[in-house]
Ligand binder design. Sequence first.
Ligand SMILES: Cc1cc2nc3c(=O)[nH]c(=O)nc-3n(C[C@H](O)[C@H](O)[C@H](O)COP(=O)(O)OP(=O)(O)OC[C@H]3O[C@@H](n4cnc5c(N)ncnc54)[C@H](O)[C@@H]3O)c2cc1C
Length: 409
Amino acid sequence: MDDVLVIGGGAAGFYGAIQVAEKNPRLNIRILEKSSKLLSKVRVSGGGRCNVTHHEFQPKMLASHYPRGEKLLKTLFQRYQAADVIQWFARHSVSLKTEDDGRMFPETDSSQTIIDCFLRVAHKAGVVIETQTEVIRVEKEEDCFNVLTREGKKFKARKLLVCMGGHPQPGAYQWLADLGHRIIKPIPSLFTFNDPAGTYKHLMGVSVPTASVKIAGTNFSFSGPVLITHWGLSGPAIIRLSAWAAEWLAANNYTFTALVNWPGITKTEERVREELLAMKGNRPNLKVVNQALYGLPVRLWQALCTEAEIDADKTWSETSHKQLNRLLEKLIRCPFSIRGKTTFKEEFVTCGGVDLTMVNPQRMESTVVKNLFFAGEVLNLDGETGGFNFQCAWTTAWVAAQAIAEAEK
Ligand SMILES: Cc1cc2nc3c(=O)[nH]c(=O)nc-3n(C[C@H](O)[C@H](O)[C@H](O)COP(=O)(O)OP(=O)(O)OC[C@H]3O[C@@H](n4cnc5c(N)ncnc54)[C@H](O)[C@@H]3O)c2cc1C
């Protein structure tokens, strides 16, 4: 009989196991990991550098980066947030550094530093680790759990910390559903948009730092860098949009029109119209294609002129109002017919999982099965890219660990 069985040897599982051990060193803790590898997502995360967290220390602001779970995390971050994680790593000899965009990485620029830290601390704390042990069924008895694995092993424990991450197949959550938990259908979040028509494909690599993108017919819209790729659209504004509109996009089979406002939201339709007309008055003899406005890349400006049917040799004075109207449309509502999605730098998270109403927010304990706790992506919690998903794993694991360690005192 173990005091605590942690299901899943990933980010939340290791952090949770270690936090329980640090708070209550007398407890027997065992991690069960399905695969032969521990912390495999940590290894590949952040392009092998592990974007551990984000340089944002205000709980409300930090929580605003989570399309699912913002309300819960706002409360949890008041107890344990990015600053606490930075301190924890510092106490265990791992210094983190901040990049210009707020992402935080180990100073070594290697995820192996994080893995080594977790393995070292867990080992020192006496945490037992079993790999190739996939939990497929859990039975609750009066005071303990019987845990069965696909390999035919059996474990008994007084408390369970479930940290099995996100899964595309609903079947992976069946044993949790069998225990009475409502599961929100898992779907992907964090991806780029495919544009098979490829009208602007020849501009791949061109990016605009302050464009804004809207999903036509909805209120989903974000501003920020937009990158044209050989398959469609990418860049931070697109990835954020994919996260916040994840459910709508899945329900619409990733088939929609993305409207890009290249000058950005500060430029209203009226303002752009006035500025185009002013060019006719102020620069009548200059060629339109050579006069990229709003700091747009020249190649993009030229492509927009072509789409607006303004010939390369036409000057502003030779350009009709109809042509200027077409250019205005391409500038502020440039349409992309999106059909499907593509993974963003191999990074993705699962939107969906265990419904948050099934969890006591003070303890991360199940509301239907006493002594069963949750942390990490197994829950219907996910964030934008930038270190927010690991921060969610650390915080939920810490909160669950406090409740587990206190109860076992
Ligand atoms: C390529 C990539 C890069 C990423 N980069 C970043 C980044 O830089 N920063 C960031 O914040 N987020 C990043 N993320 C997201 C981040 O990795 C996850 O949000 C985070 O790992 C979630 O932690 P977790 O412990 O909940 O789940 P996981 O890390 O997925 O761990 C779950 C573990 O449970 C095991 N498991 C599953 N089912 C069972 C079972 N039934 N029995 C036993 N074990 C089981 C799995 O094998 C796995 O090891 C990235 C994701 C990917 C895919």
